[in-house]
Write a protein that binds this ligand. Structure first.
Ligand SMILES: Cc1ncc(COP(=O)(O)O)c(C=O)c1O
Length: 390
């Protein structure tokens, strides 16, 4: 018999949609895939070359569990220069993607029944990981009319004596919501007052549009820094999703425990992948790479908003990331649930979207604009036609 702990675990719904879309593609059906949560741009060559060099130079053995020292040093420099937070290498842990970092954080801090506040819609993995470690997800519902931005008032209303942590994901997957610096400061003040950890998932930090500004909570002041786990990865920023390199910055005592947990589970991130990641941080060409990716996504976002407006499909205006969260609630009476709605859109319209229920918001749907403008045009036309045929 499998353990009680894992009985309610749900597989990742985003991967399930991609799998079904791939099945249809394998049958020769032309599917427009809006499901993937990863840039459609290749990892920069200079990163690949550094990894190949490391491999050829024999950097193929175990590394320190929390990551090779040059990488941790470079991460400290990055965090200071880009996020305005000072960390020591002993406060950095490198693990297998931001996903594993989050897993280790929950393992390290949660006791049975501890509550973790999760603003909804949320990235699919958060509640599952919290539940795995005996925690209780407490969902907050920021208003869609304010583009799902978490407000301090809403946070205050959800705090109980059992609240252990809040997960902040700004810019957000799936909504692209970005918390304003003013609200971030107030949210941090509330967390300090109630002694709540802040888990700040900053994976989309570089994907910001219009006037959006992303403030890392740990940069606010020393006290906030002491209650914050700053989580990030190379996955989205450098288009390195398959490399599995993520990192955590937090006060030394927690970093030590989390590094120990890492050493008893993954041991270390693949040695040569770490050398590739180091190059991504150090090579001056990275700035241009990130800038050009941001320009591409910014253009697609504007283009997509134009065509959705034209077709009368509602959405929450994203300020960051590379997702469009569409409001399809007006079609809810046509389906028993939103999974059947997504299946209809996939089977009849040949468009793959992730159903909103995966993110805690039924009858919404996430479109990832990690595709060319032509594909966006084709997919939205098909989507609109499928919806009009209802
Ligand atoms: C909000 C968020 N956090 C973390 C991750 C996982 O990142 P990684 O691939 O580095 O594990 C994702 C990936 O989709 C994400 O959207």
């Amino acid at each position: 018999m499998i353990a009680e702990r894992v009985k309610s675990l749900k597989p990742s719904p985003t991967l399930a949609v991609s799998a079904r879309a791939n099945e249809l593609k394998a049958k020769g059906i032309d599917i427009v895939s809006f499901g993937a949560g990863e840039p459609d741009i290749d990892t920069p060559d200079f990163v690949k070359d550094a990894c190949i060099k490391a491999l050829k130079d024999g950097k193929t053995k175990y590394t320190p569990s929390s990551g090779i020292m040059p990488l941790r040093e470079a991460l400290c420099k990055k965090l200071e220069q880009e996020n305005n937070i000072k960390y020591e290498p002993s406060e950095i842990v490198v693990s297998s993607g931001a996903k594993m970092i989050l897993f280790l954080i929950f393992m390290a801090i949660l006791n049975e029944g501890d509550e973790v506040i999760i603003p909804s819609p949320y990235w699919v993995t958060y509640p599952e990981q919290v539940l795995l470690f005996g925690g209780k997800p407490v969902f907050l519902e920021p208003s869609p009319h304010k583009n799902f931005e978490l407000t301090p008032e809403l946070l205050e209303s959800a705090i109980s004596p059992k609240t252990k942590a809040i997960i902040i994901n700004s810019p957000s997957n799936p909504t692209g919501a970005v918390i304003s610096p003013k609200n971030m400061e107030k949210i941090s003040e509330i967390c300090l007052k109630h002694n709540i950890f802040i888990i700040s998932d900053e994976c989309y930090e570089h994907f910001l549009y219009e006037d959006a500004i992303m403030l890392s909570p740990a940069s606010i002041d020393k006290e906030v820094r002491n209650i914050t786990f700053t989580v990030n990865a190379f996955s989205k920023t450098f288009s390195m999703t398959g490399w599995r390199v993520g990192y955590l910055a937090c006060p030394k005592d927690y970093a030590k425990i989390i590094s120990d947990l890492n050493s008893q589970s993954v041991s270390n991130v693949t040695s040569f992948a770490q050398w590739g990641a180091l190059e991504a941080l150090n090579n001056p060409k990275s700035k241009d790479f990130i800038k050009s990716m941001k320009t591409i996504f910014g253009k697609r976002r504007s283009y997509l908003m134009d065509i959705l407006d034209e077709k009368g499909i509602s959405y929450s205006k994203p300020k960051g990331a590379f997702y469009m969260f569409m409001d399809l609630t007006k079609y809810r009476d046509k389906f028993k649930d939103d999974i059947s709605m997504s299946s209809y859109i996939l089977e009849k319209g040949n468009v793959a979207l992730v159903p909103g229920s995966a993110f805690g918001k039924e009858f919404w749907a996430r479109l990832s604009y990690c595709v060319s403008e032509d594909v966006l045009q084709k997919g939205v036309s098909r989507l609109s036609e499928a919806l009009m045929n209802l």
